[in-house]
Design a protein around this ligand. Structure first.
Ligand SMILES: [Zn+2]
Length: 203
């Protein structure tokens, strides 16, 4: 029998495209994306993703509802919906992206919305692309209210992500939430995929 290419103990059952060999399901589950550089199209990775999205969606929805209730300007929630749609467009096709990348984008958007016009410490092509997509929506809402909503959303995203540097809790929760609560939007966003964003980061 073929033993696991990672632990060399258990029976290798899954074909691992990153290690080009058979891996046991336990090693695949424990080390994927953490110690193994999984390619984005691995079937075991995407199956796990789909499962995790469905599982974390209710918690994400509940905490997000709490956040929206706390907004002083309820209309600002509109800018959050647009923001999440844009994040989805740029991150959904990349199951290997980490929360840290999305949070950096959110921070950049918050800086750009700031009345103080803080300068960007570093220019990120991804943050530029997200901002370009988001700008038309921001014209519809009060800028100050949008800035406050994004600030609150950033606190929420950081908290949902947790302390782990490799965390994907936020992105997984967001995708699960959108897939369950707005499947029509998700369908539309998927047909307008933006492969150039993926190329920028993985390149
Ligand atoms: Zn193993």
């Amino acid at each position: 029998m073929a033993t696991c290419i990672y632990c060399h103990r258990a029976k290798g059952k899954r074909s691992c495209p990153a290690l080009t060999g058979l891996i046991c399901s336990r090693c695949c589950g424990e080390h994927r994306l953490v110690r193994i550089a999984c390619p984005a199209d691995c079937v075991h990775l995407t199956a796990h993703e789909t499962y995790q999205r469905g599982r974390s969606a209710p918690e994400f929805a509940a905490e997000r509802a709490h956040l929206v209730q706390g907004l002083k300007d309820r209309e600002a929630a509109v800018s959050l919906t647009a923001l999440e749609a844009v994040i989805f467009r740029h991150f959904a096709a990349r199951p290997t992206a980490l929360d840290g990348e999305a949070i950096a984008v959110l921070e950049s958007i918050r800086r750009r919305l700031s009345p103080l016009r803080l300068s960007e410490p570093t220019r990120s092509p991804l943050a530029d692309a997200v901002w370009k997509d988001l700008e038309p929506f921001l014209k519809e809402v009060n800028r100050q209210a949008a800035a406050e909503a994004v600030e609150a959303y950033l606190v929420f995203a950081r908290s949902f992500s947790g302390a782990g540097l490799q965390s994907r809790h936020y992105l997984t929760g967001l995708f699960g939430f959108l897939e369950q609560h707005d499947p029509d939007l998700v369908r539309e966003l998927r047909t307008h995929d933006t492969p150039e964003a993926g190329r920028i980061i993985s390149g």
